[in-house]
Design a binder for this molecule. Structure first.
Ligand code: ADP
Length: 317
């Protein structure tokens, strides 16, 4: 047990957070107007950013002080080498990231002068991650406290992540993003299901309007097999249901610049807090603070907050 110098409370020693998910390079082109089909236009700017929900969530958890291992698949291209370097810089264990022949996951993002965007995502190497890769990687790790995954890798890899997490006694978290058809057999392996409202409406089949009382949908998910459900609602905070209690948590008041990666910061924060032994209500405070802070800086990875920033926001309540 260590001691927290801020409030002299004991801080539980953290177990490992394993993030099983996508790694992408985001290529962002700024242009005056979108080309018509068959037309060529000149772009104004070109930027390259790290991305993918898996990488974002792994970085979010690592910046909050969690011991993070990432399981994923990079391509044999320059982007793969660049992304691997970023994983290292963030202090994330990359020994279980495999390399697949061909391109890394890539998002081609065009943004015109009005701010409208068009996005093409090529899964690339993310599509090569197999259930066997995931199962073997988790079985080889010690001290796994939390396994966190999302929807940007093959369904068999997602299912293997949740099953291997359960098998080693870890808590399993599924962020079902983007929307796709996740089978009920997968939800039965999930301890914490964390959709946003849009994903919650799709998964539950409930109309979005009925999510005004989002606890209704959260109850629906617990009925589907996940004992804990947390629905994030942007600036309206989040609602949660667990076997013994339920409630809502208001969003922290901040001045948002863009909301990119708010959900990823929330999920990474939740995983880091649960791995350090925080009970769910406290873990939700960390997650909400991380989500709120991510909206105050532009972009995905650059916006993910440090532990100091989260502690400051929590202390300001
Ligand atoms: P996603 O990015 O997956 O759509 P949300 O938009 O629901 O996820 O955001 C996740 C969490 O981040 C919210 O539950 C909230 O805690 C926090 N958050 C998002 N937007 C804001 C905001 N404008 N102000 C404060 N907190 C926010």
């Amino acid at each position: 047990m260590k001691s927290d110098p801020q409030n002299h409370q004991p801080v539980a020693t953290s177990g490992r957070v394993v993030v099983v998910g996508s790694l992408n390079v985001d290529l962002v082109v700024g242009l005056v107007r979108m080309p018509a089909p068959g037309e060529t236009v000149m772009g104004e700017t070109l930027e390259r950013h790290p991305g993918g929900k898996g990488l974002n969530q792994a970085v979010a958890a690592a910046r909050l002080g969690a011991r993070v291992s990432m399981i994923g698949s990079l391509g044999s291209d320059d982007s793969g080498v660049w992304l691997q370097g970023i994983v290292h810089e963030e202090g994330i264990d990359a020994t279980r990231i495999i390399t697949a022949d061909g391109p890394s996951g890539t998002a081609l993002i065009e943004v015109d002068a009005t701010g409208m965007n068009r996005i093409v995502v090529i899964p690339g190497a993310n599509a090569a991650l197999t259930a066997a890769d995931v199962t073997a990687a988790i079985a080889a790790m010690d001290d796994v406290a939390v396994v966190l995954t999302q929807g940007e890798i093959p369904l068999e890899a997602i299912t293997a992540a949740m099953a291997a997490g359960r098998a080693c006694g870890a808590r399993t978290i599924l962020n079902p993003a983007p929307v796709r058809d996740y089978p009920g057999s997968l939800l039965a392996l999930v301890d914490f299901l964390v959709p946003n409202e849009h994903e919650a409406a799709h998964l539950s089949g409930l109309p979005t309007e009925s999510l005004v009382d989002a606890s209704e949908a959260a109850r629906h998910f617990t009925g589907m097999g996940a004992p804990n459900a947390i629905i994030t609602r942007g600036a309206r905070g989040a609602v949660w249901v667990s076997p013994s209690s339920s409630g809502s948590i208001a969003a922290y008041r901040v001045s948002p610049v863009d909301t990119v990666a708010a959900g990823d910061a929330f999920c990474g924060g939740l995983a880091a807090a649960l791995a350090s032994g925080e009970p769910l209500p406290e873990a939700l405070r960390w997650a909400s603070a991380a989500g709120a802070l991510a909206t105050t800086i532009a972009g995905a990875v650059p916006s993910l907050p440090t532990r100091d920033a989260v502690e400051q926001l929590l202390a300001s309540e």
